[in-house]
Design a protein around this ligand. Structure first.
Ligand code: DUC
Ligand code: ZN
Ligand code: ZN
Ligand code: ZN
Length: 483
């Protein structure tokens, strides 16, 4: 069976042109004019783009005394409904648990995925076993390792562990990821806020000011540079961390920054909403920021100093959020966004003139496919690429509402937002999963995507190594003691 997508304009990260796309065996078989296939999808008035890749999700993740509510089944349904055809989730060993053991757990959960997926491996503790198993993880095609600089007493790693792990990742040709917040300062500020009686969701924002993120981002960049490893900073929410990333990039360091659609479009006023549930539902780390920080993130996407838009999809129900009534530090951190990332970014980015359609493709798909070593299997419209495609209708509109979403939770942080720009069709490896808002996807269709290491030549090295390479110094005399 073959499928042809007709009458559309192909939009990739660098080009736009009118052509048909022929799909056979789940891959793109031909691109050109007048192609014929068994099934025809009409893309008149639409853009034919690489399907979105969300490189930052937490599906069915054990966290803060509960599990995130969307699993690989509902999460990947949500992804497809919004034009995202691949997710990269975090395999998260509990402290003391082996990496391969955690990977087995994530393998089991992901069997229900409706679209393709891959994993990052989290390094939540350090020891010989972790060091050894990292090689086996890379052999499995997982070449990105995530480090939490926050969540003290749970997931956080200290600087000695960070440096050791970064060096190991660099030697294996992988890439280091960081959640960059100073966990010691957050713990201290949180304790003080609680002691002063600040227990509501708004205190969450006070406990994690932008400096907390800026400091950790700077530190991670410097540690990565000394370790010789490329660095990807997840959920960049403010100018303080963006500035550090801009500077590192201008110095030739291989550092990338990932803002989230939530931080681009929602601000800190959400935490001052009089309804406790409303505010708590928006508690995530880092928290939403003010307009100046939002402008900085948009500027970064425009100039290229920020590379990828993700979601950190980590959805909790209102009931779960209420674990934190009377103590904001117990509100499970996380928001949804998988279904809304592409329409929200199109509406607030492309329709407003901030981003071109090509830039939209770059930051939702192509850039991360390259960074993570899966281009052009993913993130491309090329002969031989997987037919993970979205036929994007820039005129289609809807109002976002929890009542019609795929996610398992009972609300949506974008509730009531009007979006313009939606998938007419979403295809996962050639199979049509969405037609004009109607989902027809299959549980278990998704396959694991193994990724290639970047190689050690691509290290994030500045001149540091050369300048500090140990050189023995010839000395003639021995100084007198007891000066
Ligand atoms: N931040 C969140 O809000 N949720 C999951 C983990 C994280 O870092
Ligand atoms: Zn994080
Ligand atoms: Zn509300
Ligand atoms: Zn996350």
């Amino acid at each position: 069976m073959s499928t042809v997508i007709r009458n559309g304009t192909i939009v990739t990260a660098d080009l736009s042109w009118k052509a048909d796309v022929l799909i056979e065996g789940g891959r793109i078989a031909a691109i050109g004019e007048g192609l014929v296939g068994d099934e025809v999808l009409d893309a008149s008035g639409c853009y034919v783009m690489p399907g979105g890749i969300d490189p930052h999700t937490h599906l069915e993740m054990p966290f803060m005394g509960t599990y995130s509510a969307d699993d690989f089944e509902s999460g990947t349904r949500a992804a497809l409904a919004g034009g995202t055809t691949m997710v990269v989730d975090f395999a998260l060993p509990s402290p003391g648990q082996g990496l391969m053991d955690a990977l087995q757990m994530w393998d089991n959960k992901s069997g229900r995925a409706h679209c393709d997926y891959s994993f990052h491996m989290a390094v939540t503790w350090w020891g010989e076993q972790v060091f050894d198993e990292m090689a086996a993880v890379v052999d499995r095609g997982i070449t990105s390792f995530k480090h939490f600089m926050a969540y003290k007493g749970a997931l956080m790693v200290n600087d000695d562990e960070l440096f050791a792990s970064f060096r190991r990742v660099g030697d294996l040709g992988g890439i280091a990821l960081v959640h960059a917040e100073n966990g010691d300062v957050v713990a201290e500020l949180s304790a003080r806020l609680l002691a002063e009686g600040n227990v509501g969701p708004e205190a969450h924002a006070y406990s994690r000011p932008p400096q907390v993120e800026g400091e950790a981002t700077n530190r991670a960049i410097m540690v990565a540079d000394m370790a010789g490893v490329p660095l990807y900073v997840v959920h960049v929410s403010c100018e303080d961390s963006h500035e550090a990333i801009r500077r590192a990039r201008s110095q030739g360091k291989r550092v990338w920054g990932e803002p989230l659609i939530q931080h681009l479009t929602l601000d800190e006023s959400e935490y001052f909403h009089p309804d406790w549930d409303h505010a708590a539902r928006r508690v995530m780390s880092p928290p939403f920021r003010n307009k100046l920080h939002q402008d900085s993130l948009w500027a970064g996407l425009q100039s290229g100093s920020l590379s990828v838009v993700a979601t950190d999809h980590c959805a909790f129900t209102t009931e779960q959020k209420r674990y934190g009534v009377g103590d904001f530090t117990r509100i499970p951190n996380g928001t949804g966004g998988l279904e809304d990332r592409m329409p929200m970014l199109w509406t607030h980015g492309v329709a407003t003139g901030r981003l071109t359609p090509n830039e939209f493709v770059a930051v939702t798909s192509t850039n991360i496919a390259k960074i993570l070593g899966m281009y052009p299997k993913k993130g491309a419209v090329l002969v031989g690429s997987d037919a993970d495609l979205v036929v994007w209708d820039p005129e289609a509109e809807k109002t976002i509402s929890a009542g019609s979403q795929q996610s398992a939770i009972d609300y949506n942080v974008f509730e009531g937002q009007k979006v313009k720009g939606l998938p007419r069709f979403t295809l996962t490896r050639g199979v049509v999963a969405v037609t004009e808002g109607k989902l027809d996807s299959r549980e278990g269709h998704g396959e694991f995507v193994a990724r290639a290491p970047r190689g050690t030549v691509n290290r994030a090295l500045s001149a540091w190594k050369e300048l500090t390479a140990p050189r023995p110094v010839e000395r003639s005399g021995i100084p007198a003691s007891g000066v």
